[in-house]
Design a protein around this ligand. Structure first.
Ligand code: GTP
Length: 597
């Protein structure tokens, strides 16, 4: 296809504003997929994505469209992941296209995620077409939302397209706007191949499938290519496009988006943002902005049943094949036995992997508290990246510790602003900005990532009844007064409960943890001291009193059914516990103990 008849775009939207529904409509309207083949939400392929209503893997589709001017166009839609954890992937996808549809739910308005993604689109120099969706709903208010788009984002929304992705109204206008308003891609057919690796995933039949955007030159079946980040060579077996199912083509030229396969075994061998070129006489200049995936949140995953360790290893190996951004290494914990220390792009990523292990591989897991990476500077000048609080070196040899911080943007209706400010303040936040857009406030905070990874998002949603939206980006490392807090149960340290905390908050956190553990650990036949300590110094203590009678005693021997029920309950509960010395600690204690209310 000649460049003038190609349009490449992505759709920017907040969760639930209708990105997938709109994409499906565009595909349907152009006859790319026959109506009867139209499955609900074509672009969200994985079950887990569908259940959670979020898009994790970037997908793409090529649409043929004959415009009102009679010309035939090829429209390539790249679907970007909709969550903050995948900000880097989003930024790469944005670089692969020239324009964006900015979809805003006209009953809701601009949300934090809309902002984060639209700024990525602006950074990538996109032409942006505002689309107001859900105009079929009575609460739709296009004037208000258009005004808000202008106020908050600063792009002209007077000609925003009014759409109902549900009824199909405005879909034709959207297609015309894509052709008329978005620029055609640029590229040089005669230059050596230069293509961006936009995404990759594992397919059981074809091996690793690599999604590419051709910048210059031609990608052909049979040619030898080089990945510039690590100079690996591959032989191209197949070249194709998505409609949205795969269709093989002979070659892809400048401006085009499609895929290649090259007998690549692991997704790990492909890196998002990498430049692909010819193995000989290739391009000299790689595309800018490439960076290898960096896990930012770490936690331990241990099987509840220690005999399932090998199964867990197998599950993790398989998942890692298909997820280059997930890292792991074996870990032994005195308390939990054998398991893995795993690194994730963020909390959502963690949850997705954990859920998949539990559901697809049927392994019950104990997840230890998520932790960020601390930079620990030793007195001898060495710097250690601390991924696990249990590995904290002897504090007397430590000079200072730095922690990662983030810039968080929160949009919230006025009436909840006070609660949000308090929450941020409680989490050691520093307010950077506070502005208003209509009846909603936009607050920007500098926060320690450590205070956010755990339950910040849950708390934010609960104090604002779900009305706040939240987005963040990492800003860098800052020194602070951080210490390792250990927890001792029955005088034995439970390494899986150690956490890094700010010194000023240690007593409060320690007390809260001991109180929680006291409620979470069942009573035993003996008294159990529960303590929090920094170094050798105990800073909080609770005592779980001994059980005097057995659980069934209070039934006065009367009702046998009730007695049996209680015993069954006890047995079921036991299964989910792990023994620490002489004490049984239930699985949920490891997470619940760390939550702050
Ligand atoms: P993520 O994939 O989670 O990012 O969400 P999304 O932005 O893709 O939203 P999705 O397309 O899944 O739509 C969210 C909900 O809004 C679904 O229940 C849709 O059926 C509904 N929806 C989408 N567009 C319209 C519309 O124009 N009108 C109405 N009434 N509902 C719509």
């Amino acid at each position: 296809t000649d460049l003038a008849h190609i349009r490449n775009f992505s759709i920017v939207a907040h969760i639930d504003h209708g990105k997938s529904t709109l994409a499906d409509r565009l595909i349907q309207e152009t006859g790319t997929v026959k109506d009867r083949d139209m499955k609900e939400q074509l672009l969200d392929s994985m079950d887990i994505e569908r259940e959670r209503g979020i898009t994790i893997k970037a997908n793409t589709v090529r649409i043929d469209y004959t415009a009102d001017n009679g010309e035939k166009y090829v429209l390539n839609l790249i679907d970007t992941p909709g969550h903050v954890d995948f900000a880097y992937e989003v930024s790469r996808s944005m670089r692969a296209v020239e324009g964006s549809l900015l979809v805003v739910d006209s009953t809701q308005g601009v949300e934090a995620q809309t902002l984060a993604n639209v700024y990525q689109a602006i950074d990538a120099d996109h032409e942006i077409v505002p689309v107001l969706n859900k105009i079929d709903l009575p609460a739709s208010d296009c004037d208000r939302v258009a005004e808000q788009i202008e106020d908050v984002i600063g792009i002209d929304a007077t000609d925003a397209i009014q759409v109902s992705a549900k009824t199909g109204q405005g879909i034709h206008e959207t297609l015309e706007a894509i052709v008329k308003q978005l620029p055609a891609p640029l590229g040089n057919l005669d230059a050596p191949l230069k293509a961006m690796l936009v995404d990759s995933w594992y397919d059981a039949y074809l091996g690793v499938i690599v999604l590419v955007r051709i910048m210059d030159g031609t990608l052909k079946k049979g040619m030898r290519i080089k990945f510039m980040s690590n100079n690996t060579l591959h032989h191209v077996d197949r070249v194709g496009v998505f409609r949205p199912e795969m269709e093989m083509v002979d070659s892809l030229g400048p401006g085009e988006i499609g895929f290649l396969t090259a007998s690549i075994k692991q997704v790990r061998d492909t890196r998002v943002g990498d430049t692909i070129t010819n193995d000989r006489n290739g391009t000299e200049e790689a595309l800018t902005g490439f960076k290898p995936a960096q896990p930012v949140v770490f936690c331990g995953l241990f099987p509840v049943d220690s005999s399932e360790f090998e199964d867990l290893r197998d599950a993790i190996d398989k998942l890692a094949l298909n997820d280059a951004s997930f890292s792991f290494e074996m870990e032994t914990s005195a308390a939990l036995g054998f398991g893995f220390r795993c690194g994730f792009l963020g909390l959502l990523h963690l949850e997705v992997i954990r859920d998949r292990i539990e559901r697809e591989y049927d392994i019950e897991l104990i997840t230890t508290a998520p932790s960020v990476i601390y930079n620990v500077y030793m007195k001898d000048g060495e710097m250690i990246e601390l991924h696990n609080p249990a590995d904290m070196p002897d504090p007397s040899k430590v000079d200072h510790i730095e922690e990662p911080r983030i810039k968080a943007t929160i949009l919230v209706p006025d009436e909840y602003l006070g609660d949000v400010l308090k929450l941020c303040q409680d989490r050691r936040g520093i307010q950077l900005d506070l502005t208003y857009a209509g009846s909603r406030a936009m607050v920007v905070y500098d926060l320690p990532l450590n205070e956010v990874v755990f339950d910040f998002y849950d708390r934010l949603k609960s104090v604002t009844k779900g009305y706040a939206s939240f987005d963040y980006q990492m800003t860098g490392y800052t020194e602070d007064n951080l210490v390792k807090m250990s927890v001792l149960v029955n005088d034995e340290p439970v390494d899986a409960l150690s956490t890094m905390v700010h010194r000023d908050r240690a007593e409060m956190r320690g007390r809260a943890m001991c109180e929680k553990l006291k409620d979470l650990i069942p009573r035993h036949m003996f008294k159990i001291p529960i303590q929090a300590a920094i170094g050798g110094k105990v800073i909080a203590r609770e005592t779980l009193s001994a059980l005097r009678k057995d659980v069934t005693a209070k039934c006065y021997g009367g009702d046998a059914t009730r007695k049996r029920k209680l015993l069954d309950k006890q047995k079921a509960g036991k299964k989910k516990m792990r023994q620490f010395g002489k004490v049984d600690i239930p699985q949920e204690a490891f997470i619940s103990a760390l939550k702050m209310d």
